[in-house]
Design a protein around this ligand. Structure first.
Ligand code: SF4
Length: 439
């Protein structure tokens, strides 16, 4: 049986954070939220019955991820209904990782206890900062004490696998403030920590005032001036994240993700669900805007909330942007996503997937990157070095296949010298987590 990861999008939040361009809405009436759950249940049933190319019986669900938005913002009983519905329509593996994203201030001991009883195995808590001023600047609805309360309640409710999200490069944030946040989070001993840099996205309040020089007094949104840390300060934060977390007993397994070391089971606390994305496994997304990829066919759901509810689970009306990835796109994706992981990409796995030799296709690039100390080979795989991680976008840009080259190399196995001067995207700290846990 093939493995399948399921993602469930809950697009509701208690308030809209100033930097957020995720597909999420605040102030949605409860009856709409309930109608959304009904439509979601219909979609799950119909998706199971109409899986592209295969039937649901061919797959075993290895992980389920409730993301958003804020899944903990809807009533726990709705999460239970969705989970039970998934179990009714898919074969969920015993011991599957089932993660729920939550925000402090939206959970109680009782709701956490309820999640535990439904079979949620892992929580991902959006702390973002351990300074109230940062949280206020971000427009978060919670305070530091809300985080502590949620965390304590989660442990008391029995959760033994908790991930905490932090952000760096925040308005007004100094290097010492960020380190203090990391220190306080590590002191809580979560099993997993994700650290992302703030990005200023179009359409957000932050974007509106970015570079305008406006301050709280002359801004209709009532915000402060966006006093972002300079590049050097942000690079220091980025570099120190790995140093600090590694010395605190975590290992970096992906550019932005760190898991607590466990001698008996080294990969125990890594996010199984996200690893499916990074290794190009099959996944199916339910809910507004959710994306799916089954056997190299990609599609996504519509992003209009009313239209989604009106469609009532009819996948013909919900799905759009279906694309069958050609071998070139598959190879590039394999390299880009695989190189995000510290264990890198395996030569043997590449050959198994594409019936081509990675060394023949990319040998010149890999050799050049290794010579420059940006990549290294180890035990049949090639991976980024610490220096390579710092300039990962530049390194990865060298794995783009040019049109003629794709034709020639991918199908004839040619090994012509690759153009080393391709324009690279600007590098920097890892960006926000949207692309990772929200497929
Ligand atoms: S950042 Fe998260 S909590 Fe804030 S509005 Fe966006 S989805 Fe909701």
């Amino acid at each position: 049986m093939k493995s399948l990861a399921l993602y469930v999008h809950i697009p509701f939040c208690a308030g809209k954070c100033y930097y957020c361009d995720f597909l999420s809405f605040a102030d949605v009436a409860e009856d709409i939220r309930l109608r959304y759950t009904e439509a979601l249940l219909q979609e799950i049933a119909e998706a199971a019955a109409t899986l592209p190319k295969q039937s649901a019986a061919d797959f075993e669900v290895s992980s389920i991820y409730f993301g958003g938005g804020t899944p903990s913002f809807i009533a726990p009983v709705q999460i239970e209904r969705i989970l039970n519905h998934i179990r009714d329509h898919f074969h969920v593996r015993t011991g599957a990782e089932i993660t729920l994203e939550l925000n402090p201030g939206t959970v109680t001991y009782d709701s956490l206890k309820a999640y535990k009883s439904f079979g949620i195995t892992r929580l991902s808590i959006g702390a973002q900062s351990m300074m109230n001023l940062d949280l206020e600047h971000l427009g978060r609805v919670h305070s530091v004490s809300d985080f502590y309360e949620a965390y304590r309640n989660a442990r008391t409710a029995g959760f033994r696998n908790i991930s905490v999200d932090v952000m760096m490069g925040l308005p007004g944030q100094k290097y010492a403030d960020y380190l203090n946040t990391l220190r306080e989070i590590v002191a809580c001993k979560p099993e997993h920590i994700s650290s992302y840099a703030l990005t200023i996205e179009e359409g957000t309040p932050f974007h509106e005032i970015y570079g305008s020089g406006r301050t709280a007094r002359d801004n209709a949104l009532g915000l402060f001036r966006l006093d972002l840390p300079d590049e050097e300060e942000e690079r220091k934060m980025y570099a120190e994240t790995a140093n600090f977390l590694v010395s605190a007993g975590y290992h970096r397994y992906e550019i932005s993700n760190f898991a607590k070391n466990d001698e008996e089971r080294p990969h125990r606390y890594e996010s199984k669900h996200n690893i499916v994305y990074w290794t190009r496994g099959d996944y199916l997304g339910f809910g507004l805007g959710a994306s799916s990829m089954i056997e190299n066919t990609r599609f996504s759901n519509i992003r209009d909330l009313n239209a989604y509810i009106e469609a009532d689970g009819d996948v013909q009306k919900i799905r759009e942007n279906e694309t069958v990835l050609d071998i070139r796109a598959q190879i590039e994706e394999f390299m880009f996503l695989g190189l995000r992981m510290m264990r890198g990409v395996s030569f043997a796995r590449f050959e198994e997937c594409f019936h081509l030799s990675m060394r023949e296709l990319y040998g010149a690039v890999i050799d050049a990157m290794c010579r420059d100390g940006l990549m290294q080979e180890d035990e049949g795989s090639v991976m980024l070095t610490a220096r390579g991680v710092d300039v990962s976008n530049t390194v990865m840009s060298h794995f783009l296949l040019e049109e003629e080259q794709k034709e020639e190399d991918a199908f004839t196995g040619g090994d012509e010298e690759k153009d080393q001067d391709r324009e690279a995207k600007e590098d920097g700290p890892p960006q926000d987590k949207e692309s990772e846990e929200k497929p």
